[in-house]
Design a protein around this ligand. Structure first.
Ligand code: GLU
Ligand code: MG
Length: 432
C-alpha cells in the first residue's frame, strides 16, 4: 500500500509500506524530504528552492483516508492512504497542504459555526482506446467504452469514495465522475483517490485517462467543479434562505463575496498550470470573470438547481459550484484558498455579490464595473503575479510555501516557453 501526499504541481507521490507495519507507521510515519515539495511535474527540482538537499520529515498516514479496491482489474489491489506531513517531533510541517486545509476548516467552524459539505466533479479524457465516433452524452459513447464505466464505478464504490455518477460528457472521449458530498477534507482525499483509481482502471485496459485542463486547443476542457454548501454545528443546512439574494443565507452570501473578492489573486491556486488558462476563456462553460449567477455554467460561482418535485425541501440540496478549478491544482490548496477567502468575507460581513445575468463579454466597462465583474488572469505568469502581489492571499500561507510554489511555477513557465500551445496540451495530456 502507498502512503501519499499531493504536491504543489498536483502530483500524488509517496512511499510504499507493507501492511504489517502500517499501525506503527500511523504513529511515527515514513520518511519524506522537504525538497520533494519543489519537484515539478517534469521530474525535475525547481532551482533555486528554499530547501536544498537538507532536512527530513515524516508522512503520517490518516487511516480514515485509506482507499482500497481490488475491482479495477489490476494485478494487485489499488491501495493508497492520504498522509499529513510533519516534522520529526510531530509538529505539522508548513508545506503540508492537507494540514492547511484542516486549519482553514477549523477556523471556519470556530469563527462562523459552519461545517462544509463538498462534492468534487471531475472531467477526464480517455486516450489510446481506439474509440470510434460517438454522440455527446449518448448511450453509444458509454457502450463503446464497456466495461470501463461499470468497472470503474465498482472500484470507486469498493474504495469508499461514494461515487454518484460516471457519464459520457460533451467532449471527444470525455467522461465525468461525481461523488456524494462530504466534508471538504474528505472531498479533497476523494478527488485524489478518484483520479488515481480512474487512471489505474484505464491503465489496466491499455488506455490512458487524462484530467489535463485542455487536451487539445480545439477540445472541450476538463474542469474540476467544486460544489460547496454549509451546515451549522448541529448539522442543520445553513446555505439557503428564501429571503436572501439568490436565496443565499447571509453567511453563504458573505462567503461568496469573499471568494469573488479574492478570486483573481487566488486563481493560480485553483487553476495552476499554463494550459489552465486555455480553458478559462469566455464561452467555454468554464469561467472567465468574477461572477455569481443562478444556474449559469459560465459563472465562476454557480448557484446550482434544486428540485421541488413532490414538495422536496430546497435547503439541504442548495449548493454553490466553484468552476475555476482543474486537476493541475492541488485540491487541498484549492479548498484551503476557497475557505480562507470565504472566511474573510464572513469576517468582513460582506454583502452577497449581485446575481449577474447575461454575458459579461457583451457588456461595457461601466456595466461590468457596476456588477463587480473582474476578468480573471489570462495566463499562468499573470495569475502568479496577481497572487504574489496580494499580501492578504499570500498571508494565508507560510512564506516558505509561497516561495516554493513560486519556484515550481516559474520553472513550469520557463520549461514551456519554447513550446507552441498545442504542444503544451499534448504534454499535459500525458502528465495529468
Ligand atoms: N467542460 C467544462 C469545463 O471545462 C464543463 C462542462 C460542464 O458544465 O459540465 O469546465
Ligand atoms: Mg461536466
Amino acid at each position: 500500500m502507498n502512503v501519499v501526499t499531493t504536491d504543489l504541481g498536483a502530483i500524488t507521490r509517496g512511499r510504499p509500506v507493507v501492511e504489517s507495519r502500517l499501525e506503527k507507521i500511523a504513529q511515527t510515519g515514513v520518511g519524506w524530504v522537504p525538497a520533494n515539495l519543489s519537484i515539478t511535474p517534469f521530474n525535475s527540482i525547481a532551482d533555486p528552492n528554499p530547501w536544498g538537499s537538507t532536512g527530513d520529515l515524516r508522512l503520517i498516514p490518516d487511516l480514515a483516508a485509506r482507499f482500497r479496491t481490488a475491482s479495477s482489474g489490476a494485478a494487485t489491489p489499488f491501495d493508497m492512504v492520504a498522509a499529513d506531513i510533519v516534522e520529526l517531533d510531530g509538529t505539522p510541517w508548513i508545506g503540508c497542504s492537507r494540514t492547511l486545509l484542516k486549519d482553514a476548516l477549523a477556523d471556519l467552524k470556530a469563527e462562523a459555526g459552519l461545517v462544509t459539505k463538498v462534492a468534487v466533479e471531475q472531467e477526464f479524457r480517455i486516450f489510446d482506446a481506439g474509440f470510434g465516433a460517438a454522440h455527446a452524452f449518448s448511450i453509444g459513447a458509454m457502450r463503446r467504452a464497456d466495461p470501463f464505466c461499470p468497472t470503474l464505478l465498482a472500484a470507486l464504490e469498493e474504495a469508499g469514495v461514494e461515487p454518484e455518477m460516471i457519464l459520457a460528457e460533451y467532449g471527444s472521449e470525455q467522461f465525468e465522475i461525481t461523488h456524494a458530498p462530504t466534508d471538504a477534507l474528505a472531498a479533497a482525499d476523494r478527488a485524489v483517490a478518484i483520479r488515481e483509481i480512474t487512471r489505474d482502471t484505464a491503465r489496466v485496459k491499455g488506455w490512458r485517462a487524462s484530467f489535463a485542463p485542455k487536451t487539445a486547443l480545439t477540445e472541450v476542457g476538463n474542469g474540476v467543479h467544486i460544489h460547496f454548501s454549509f451546515v451549522d454545528t448541529d448539522g442543520r443546512p445553513a446555505t439557503y434562505d428564501p429571503a436572501g439574494a439568490g436565496s443565499l443565507s447571509r453567511q453563504a452570501g458573505a462567503f461568496c463575496a469573499g471568494v469573488l473578492n479574492h478570486l483573481p489573486a487566488m486563481t493560480v491556486l485553483t487553476a495552476s498550470s499554463v494550459p489552465s488558462y486555455y480553458r478559462l476563456k469566455p464561452h467555454n462553460w468554464s469561467s472567465s470573470y468574477t461572477w455569481l449567477a443562478d444556474r449559469d455554467r459560465e459563472a465562476s460561482l454557480r448557484i446550482c438547481p434544486t428540485v421541488t418535485i413532490g414538495g422536496r425541501d430546497r435547503a439541504p440540496q442548495y449548493n454553490i459550484e466553484f468552476r475555476v478549478a482543474d486537476a493541475t491544482a492541488n485540491p487541498y490548496l484549492s479548498l484551503a484558498a476557497l475557505v480562507r477567502a470565504g472566511l474573510d468575507g464572513l469576517r468582513r460581513s460582506l454583502k452577497a455579490p449581485p446575481l449577474v445575468t447575461g454575458d459579461p463579454t457583451l457588456m461595457g466597462d461601466e456595466e461590468r464595473k457596476a456588477l463587480g465583474l473582474v476578468r480573471l488572469p489570462q495566463s499562468l505568469p499573470e495569475a502568479l503575479d496577481a497572487f504574489l502581489a496580494d499580501k492578504t492571499v499570500t498571508g494565508w500561507f507560510h512564506p516558505l510555501l509561497v516561495e516554493t510554489f513560486d519556484g515550481v511555477k516559474r520553472h513550469e513557465i520557463a520549461r514551456l516557453a519554447p513550446l507552441e500551445d498545442s504542444a503544451v496540451c499534448d504534454l499535459y495530456g500525458t502528465l495529468f
